[in-house]
Write a protein that binds this ligand. Structure first.
Ligand SMILES: Cc1cc2nc3c(=O)[nH]c(=O)nc-3n(C[C@H](O)[C@H](O)[C@H](O)COP(=O)(O)OP(=O)(O)OC[C@H]3O[C@@H](n4cnc5c(N)ncnc54)[C@H](O)[C@@H]3O)c2cc1C
Ligand SMILES: *[C@@H]1O[C@H](CO)[C@@H](O)[C@H](O)[C@H]1NC(C)=O
Ligand SMILES: *[C@@H]1O[C@H](CO)[C@@H](O)[C@H](O)[C@H]1NC(C)=O
Ligand SMILES: *[C@@H]1O[C@H](CO)[C@@H](O)[C@H](O)[C@H]1NC(C)=O
Ligand SMILES: *[C@@H]1O[C@H](CO)[C@@H](O)[C@H](O)[C@H]1NC(C)=O
Length: 646
């Protein structure tokens, strides 16, 4: 089976390309790579006084009861007007689907922010008015760039879950349909737009989706026939140098929910601070990433991204705009920090804590099996690394690595990189030397490249040089949050055997040696999956199939991933969990795996804030009450109708 490599979306550090090229040379397989700053110059004297942030100007552009009273009742707030609980959401073509006149009226109320969705690759298909060979060539060439999808109101980075109904093609006579894409999208630039969209969707019984970048692994930002709220244009970043509010005093940022990692990092660098973000450049830092917990090369030092949130502004399912922090709506504040996107409302902005700049040291190296390194030794070396997981993360370090089979009995290990935040090169070197000595003792000849950077940003910029590669539809991923016990002597061999089974079977392991650091200086009482708090190894496992695989072949690979490879990972880590933002859409008992002991409270809050079930996303809290029609086993898409289980 053509299962080499690293085809599911991931960041693209330069060393990864090296490993991919290496693997590709061995198997000659086509491999896609895996995988307005306003400075606040307030005087020092002002710091003593409580200084809580205000809203962005566009957050004050709100829908009023008076405006609603003068317009269609379909735009009314949830406390005033509610649709009855229909069994299924409306789809285009239904008798209950809003008329063109109503859509026009909606667009007028929005000031023209509504667009009717045209699939991104429609230019490749002769039966679409957008048909244009040059535009098609451009889309085809740029399909694997995340920016292509980030900048489109509907497209997502995992076309599998859209139903693969309009991929770039050189056959203009094939068919392109909307599939799982929304029907209409609201490009929100004001809170009012979001309020109108939520009210209209709720009152007209439309499916609602929220799209930011489209990175989600579980199709949470698409839905057939939906009205989509697109948060992409909410890009403001404001540096709060002397934030002093509700017990935290120090630097912070307020960001619109459309801000992505590379933008946040650049703003932090410019203002001489560091923020907690992910690795890939275009992940929505203030969107789904933080909502689901958010892991980071900084996490082992200061905690998860959601732990850094001081306050959020959000439009609730009833259309009302509220603030959530320790004092206002504290239950919502708890739920929005880790409980997942598209569940309790549309977040418009977040205020997050920032840290001083820290020196950062990185290390990269790789090795492969060969005449001097048989497979058994290769995995023994992996076990040696695992035995250091706790020591490394306890020191605040982080590791991001790839393990993949490059042929029968042949394997590649690529550290891409290990990362010591707040460590100088001598500090980092003394941390890793005992480990490197052990590797050398096994006869593994590596030449680690250790580099010190003055700041986290420069380490990031020097390591993750390119944008991630996305858009493939030849793989499917799952993940496990392994607690530190899995890497202690009593369990290490079993853990390693379970990992080896999957990699030997053709799985791609993208591993993280990471922890969520306890940090007494921030509020970590939130809804992040409790499994994160015990984790030292977060492993993503990709299963891939050959280009042109049939649905049956894809089903079989996906089933093997979930019921064989991952089953062994679950068995060896009973009671642990998985990361919702990089998890398996087929995860059994997703409530336990993605939310753990927090699920009951999260569900109670879902019923409180979203009693009519306006927000739905696969594997989101409360999603077990719904199903999507017309599904094949193991390849769930979002291109059927969304209905309540009755
Ligand atoms: C290449 C790649 C690299 C990644 N790297 C990392 C990483 O380093 N660390 C990490 O923790 N994760 C990482 N992820 C996973 C990432 O956190 C999730 O995919 C996350 O869902 C992305 O959020 P988004 O807003 O960018 O994407 P989207 O797919 O647009 O949204 C994700 C979910 O959040 C919801 N949502 C988005 N914005 C809002 C909002 N304002 N209000 C309410 N709901 C909202 C959407 O409806 C959807 O349910 C990566 C994913 C990919 C594909
Ligand atoms: C697509 O790629 C071409 C060539 O690399 C580039 O010039 C163009 O700007 C890209 N288009 C988009 C939409 O990213
Ligand atoms: C396109 O769709 C039409 C109508 O559903 C169908 O008759 C035709 O066979 C399809 N064409 C291709 C190339 O799949
Ligand atoms: C970095 O380390 C220094 C001591 O070496 C410490 O004072 C500081 O708090 C650390 N920074 C972070 C963000 O942990
Ligand atoms: C980021 O890295 C690129 C090279 O990859 C370099 O040209 C650029 O100057 C760097 N930016 C900063 C702010 O360091």
């Amino acid at each position: 089976m053509d299962s080499l490599s690293s085809r599911f979306p991931s960041c693209s550090p330069n060393t990864l390309f090296k490993a991919a090229t290496m693997a590709s040379a061995l198997r000659s397989t086509a491999i896609a790579a895996l995988l307005a700053v306003f400075v606040d110059h307030t005087s020092a004297a002002a710091i003593a006084a409580e200084k809580c942030p205000t809203r962005f100007a566009w957050e004050n552009a709100q829908l009023t009861d008076a405006a609603v009273a003068n317009n269609d009742p379909l735009f009314g707030f949830g406390d005033a007007f509610n649709s009855k609980d229909e069994e299924c959401k409306a789809m285009p073509g239904d008798a209950s689907w809003p008329s063109q006149q109503t859509w026009d009226k909606f667009n007028t109320a929005l000031g023209g922010a509504l667009t009717e969705i045209v699939p991104l690759a429609a230019s490749c298909y002769s039966d679409w008015p957008q048909y244009d060979a040059a535009a098609c060539a451009d889309i085809t060439e740029n399909w694997s760039s995340p920016y292509t999808h980030v900048n489109d109101p509907a497209s997502i980075m995992w076309p599998l879950y859209q139903g693969r109904t309009c991929l770039p093609t050189d056959d203009p006579n094939s068919n392109c349909t909307l599939g799982g894409y929304a029907a209409y999208s609201v490009a929100a630039t004001e809170v009012k737009h979001i309020q109108l969209a939520l009210n209209f969707a709720r009152n007209a019984n439309l499916r609602l989706v929220v799209k930011n970048t489209g990175h989600d692994f579980a199709a949470k930002s698409v839905g057939a026939g939906a009205l989509s709220v697109w948060t992409h244009e909410l890009k403001d970043i404001e540096f709060l140098a002397d934030y002093n509010c509700r017990g935290y005093s120090g630097p912070a940022f307020r960001m619109g929910s459309g801000v992505v990692v590379e933008e946040a990092y650049a703003a932090a660098e410019e203002n001489d601070v560091t923020v907690v973000g992910g690795m890939c450049r275009t992940v929505g830092l203030a969107g789904g990433y933080t909502a689901g917990g958010g892991h980071s090369p900084m996490a082992a030092l200061v905690g998860m991204a959601a732990d850094q949130i001081l306050e959020l502004n959000v439009v609730l399912p009833d259309g009302r705009f509220v603030t959530a922090n320790e004092d206002e709506n504290p239950d919502l504040y708890w739920a929005l920090r880790g409980g997942g996107g598209s569940t309790y409302g549309v977040v418009t902005s977040v205020t997050i804590r920032a840290y001083p700049k820290v020196p950062t040291t990185t290390m990269t190296y790789s090795y492969t099996t060969g005449p001097d390194l048989p497979a058994d030794k290769f995995f023994e070396a992996l076990g040696v690394y695992m035995s250091y997981f706790d020591a490394f993360t306890s020191a605040g370090a982080f590791g991001y690595f790839l393990v993949v089979s490059s042929g029968p009995g042949e394997f590649v290990f690529n550290m891409m990189p290990m990362w010591g935040a707040n460590m100088t090169k001598p500090q980092f070197t003394s941390l890793v030397t005992p480990f490197l000595d052990e590797l050398a003792g096994l006869g593994i000849a590596i030449t680690p490249v250790i580099t010190e950077y003055p700041t986290m940003y420069q380490a990031y910029n020097g390591t993750f040089t390119g944008a991630e590669s996305v858009g493939s539809y030849d793989s499917h991923a799952a993940s496990r949050l392994f607690p530190k016990e899995n890497f202690e002597s009593a369990k290490l061999a079993d853990t390693l055997a379970a990992v080896r089974h999957a990699v030997e079977g053709g799985g791609t392991l993208v591993g993280y040696n990471i922890r969520s650091a306890p940090n007494p200086s921030i509020n970590q009482d939130n809804s992040i999956n409790p499994a994160w708090r015990k984790t030292t190894g977060f492993f993503i496992l990709g299963a891939s199939w050959a280009p042109g695989a049939t649905d049956e072949e894809i089903q079989q690979v996906s089933e093997t991933l979930t019921t064989d490879w991952m089953a062994r990972w679950r068995e060896v880590s009973p009671g642990a969990g998985s990361y919702m933002s990089e998890g398996d859409i087929n995860e059994p008992d997703f409530q336990q795996a993605f939310y753990g002991a927090h699920y009951a409270r999260l569900l109670e809050l879902k019923k409180k804030y979203d009693p009519t079930g306006l927000f739905y996303a696969p594997t989101a809290v409360g999603s077990e009450d719904w199903y999507v029609t017309d599904q094949l086993p193991w390849i769930p898409t979002q291109n059927g109708r969304l209905c309540r289980k009755v």
